[in-house]
Ligand binder design. Structure first.
Ligand SMILES: Nc1ncnc2c1ncn2[C@@H]1O[C@H](COP(=O)(O)OP(=O)(O)OP(=O)(O)O)[C@@H](O)[C@H]1O
Length: 365
């Protein structure tokens, strides 16, 4: 009776997940196109991308609910590609939570263990430990309908943890919660994952969710991994226009490189010319990309080139002023700090944009 309430060794024996050349089609729909990913032991990893890009399909494939047409999935170095879900050492929390409405919280958490014919005393110990971990021990005798959405989500997590998986898979676990709960529950999930040290894969289409709780993110689009990195790496060094656009606000100036008198210029569509510094490499077909904070209005900022533009709209956001400015044929967003007494520049006003070319990126599709 006096055993400590803990799930033993989940993090101590954390394993990696290796996805090798995974391909999957539904009929003519090529959903996963040669996915290669390595998720490190104990990592909180996100699959992030727009609706329909294949994230859930990939997660279900790791869980064993989908079969790949080609490639392998290794969990802790063991090829599990041909194994059924219950032999893979992974646990999945479904978007819908899939709780049994007629069972108490305790019985919901115990259910998977009973199915696995775990001895009664061991079930009791693990259920108590899992509920303790998610902070629901005091609600063990309630039914799901008597819980808030966030509490139901925690029951779903407890039920999965109780089976002591080596990898935890979370399919959009916050999508059924309102905005305020989402922020609270995502912190709880991060905290729980840190305490357990359990390798965790999280599917989301919400960049803020991925950025705030995950160690690394694979950005996916159209069945292809576009880039893998920490949230900051992806924001600061996006590999292409898709990643730049998907993570944070990106200003994109289309144009073309021209050479004159031994110098290179970038002619922004709409007739604005910009010198390209000698040491800057501009890939074929690239566009000039910069974040709102990497440009300033007027000559005072850190910009090393000045571009002529026209204010299209302006907003007071408290600590910052946000301007929409037309440059050539493109419209960009510029944030400047608000100084007391300053007034907003009105639409139609001509402005000069100081752009830091050192912080700007040249990105192709
Ligand atoms: N069982 C299925 N049978 C046929 N097509 C499917 C099936 N499951 C998914 N698809 C298709 O595969 C593609 C990828 O779906 P998937 O659910 O993996 O996307 P997702 O990135 O998780 O999107 P969402 O965020 O909307 O869930 C979509 O075109 C979808 O219509």
């Amino acid at each position: 009776m006096n055993q400590p309430l803990s799930i033993p060794d989940l993090g101590a024996n954390a394993v990696d997940v290796d996805i090798r050349n995974v391909d999957l089609s539904y009929g003519a729909n090529h959903v996963l196109k040669g996915i290669n990913l390595h998720i490190r032991p104990g990592e909180f990893f996100a699959f992030l991308g727009p609706s329909g890009c294949g994230k859930t399909t990939l997660l279900r494939l790791i869980a064993g609910f989908n079969q790949a047409d080609g490639g392998e999935v290794l969990v802790g170095g063991r090829d599990v590609s041909q194994l059924p879900p219950w032999k893979r050492d992974v646990g999945m929390v479904f978007q819908s939570y899939a709780l049994w409405p007629h069972m108490t919280v305790k019985r919901n958490v115990a259910f998977g263990l009973e199915e696995r014919k775990v001895p009664r005393a061991e079930i009791d110990r693990r259920v108590a430990a899992a509920l303790e971990l998610v902070g629901l021990a005091h609600l063990a005798d309630r039914r799901p309908s008597q819980l808030s959405g966030g509490q139901q989500q925690r029951v779903a997590v407890a039920r999965t943890i109780a089976i002591e998986p080596k990898v935890l898979l979370l399919d959009e676990p916050l999508s059924n919660l309102d905005a305020k709960m989402r922020v609270q529950v995502r912190r709880e999930l991060r905290d729980l994952q840190q305490r357990l040290g359990l390798t965790t894969i999280f599917v989301t289409h919400d960049q803020e969710e991925a950025n705030t709780i995950c160690d690394r993110i694979a950005v996916m689009n159209d069945g292809i991994v576009q880039q893998v990195g920490t949230p900051m790496e992806l924001y600061e060094k996006p590999a292409n226009l898709f990643v730049a656009n998907f993570l944070g606000t990106a200003n994109i100036l289309p144009g073309r490189v021209v050479r004159e008198g031994g110098e290179r210029f970038f002619d922004i569509d709409g007739g604005v010319r910009l010198p390209i510094p000698a040491n800057v490499v501009v890939p074929e077909g690239a566009k000039l990309v910069f974040r709102p904070q990497h440009a300033s209005l007027g000559r005072d900022g850190a910009g090393d080139v000045l571009l002529p533009g026209t204010v299209v709209h302006s907003e007071f956001l408290g600590s910052t002023l946000r301007y929409g400015v037309r440059i050539g044929a493109a419209e960009v967003s510029i944030d400047t700090p608000f100084h007391s007494g300053e007034s907003l520049r009105q639409p139609g006003s001509p402005v000069e944009i100081g752009l830091s070319l050192r912080s700007a990126l040249w990105l192709a599709a």
